[in-house]
Design a protein around this ligand. Structure first.
Ligand code: F6P
Length: 341
């Protein structure tokens, strides 16, 4: 049997660990062949491939990014896209696909599965917002990067008696903000799920200064004020209809300065959160996902996604992971509020 492997959407640390595990077990235990499809769904759409065997996947476990490349190509937005994929799979002798991705990439996989394409999904995203899995790989690495930044910002904020704002990724879900803010001892955490009251944020800033500390505010890029709107970079949208975010941090700094008279500055962590080597946790999770994905394929359990439930890797229907996002429960967020101000 021959498998095509692809990685789609925003890259994230651990993708190479999945690819390595899929190929290693697939070749050694089942005698399968593989081909790498380049740049997400663009690969099968345009027939862009690369060789994928044990040799090609040696040494990639600690490497960030993806050796296959990625893109946000949506074949359902392209005339005849699905037919082209089916034709290219046949012409490369590919029997089934291992699709590694987030909401968008696995959303495409879900639709292709319903059209008869044999596919197994592997959940990736630094945002941790895929449903029906406790964690996605990449999230732990992103949180650790953000926590290191927050630790460093604490000392410089205190030296200069400034309010420092850290803008982290998280379009619809505040997982990175919540976890990094809690672990980094933030004075306030703002997430998309709970619109914030600017006056209250300013009162946290002022109360932190009166205790002779400098406030650190962690804000997710998709957070929004109660009586305002989400801040976007520009009006353009990607193939899945997402606008480019970022800007809420700068907006907050301006508002805080104007309302409190305290100097406020913003650091936007951006793609730094997605780059570089995965943590040990993400390497292990990604490796286990890869091993279980190829076993699911071996058993012909198509249309499934491997998922972390507790400490076990389970198989769940692809659709259960992609039809709704896993957002932060406001009750969980309110646990953190005791540390605000
Ligand atoms: O989906 C992962 C993610 O990193 C989001 O947190 C972020 O909003 C988005 O990708 C940024 O995407 P891009 O790199 O395509 O601008």
């Amino acid at each position: 049997m021959k498998f095509g492997v692809l990685t789609g959407g925003g890259d994230c640390p651990g993708l190479n660990a999945v690819i390595r595990a899929v190929v290693r077990k697939g070749v050694k235990e089942y005698g399968y062949e593989f081909v790498g499809f380049r740049d997400g769904w663009k690969g099968p759409l345009e027939g862009l491939t690369m060789p994928l065997d044990i040799k090609a996947t040696r040494g990639i476990l600690p490497r960030g990014g993806t050796i296959l490349g990625s893109s946000r190509t949506n074949p359902f937005k392209i005339d005849g896209g699905v037919e082209r994929i089916q034709k290219n799979l046949a012409s490369h002798g590919v029997d089934a696909l291992i699709a590694i991705g987030g909401e968008d990439t696995l959303g495409v996989a879900t639709k292709l599965d319903s059209l008869g394409v044999k596919v197994i999904g592997v959940p990736k995203t630094i945002d941790n917002d895929l449903n029906n899995t406790d964690y996605t790989f990449g999230f732990d690495t992103a949180v650790n990067i953000a926590v290191e930044a927050i630790d460093r910002l604490h000392t410089t904020a205190e030296s200069h008696h400034r309010a420092l704002i850290v803008e982290v990724m998280g379009r619809h879900a505040g997982w990175i903000a919540l976890h990094s803010g809690l672990a980094g001892g933030a004075s306030c955490i703002l997430i998309p799920e709970v619109p914030f009251d600017l006056e209250r944020v300013c009162s946290y800033v002022e109360s932190r200064f009166t205790q002779s500390y400098a406030p650190i505010i962690v804000v997710a890029e998709g957070a929004l004020p109660k009586d305002g709107d989400i801040v976007t970079k520009d009006a353009s949208k990607d193939a899945f209809g997402h606008v480019k975010l970022s800007g809420i941090g700068e907006w907050l700094a301006r508002e805080i300065e104007a309302r409190t008279g305290k100097e406020a500055r913003t650091s936007v962590l951006g793609h730094i959160q997605r780059g570089g080597t995965p943590t040990a946790f993400d390497r292990v999770l990604a490796t286990r996902f890869g091993l279980h994905a190829i076993t699911a394929a071996h058993e012909g359990d198509w249309g499934k996604m491997v998922a972390l439930h507790g400490t076990d890797i389970k198989r769940v229907p692809l659709a259960s992971a992609t039809t709704q996002l896993k957002t932060v429960d406001p009750a969980l967020y309110s646990e953190a509020e005791i540390f605000f101000g």
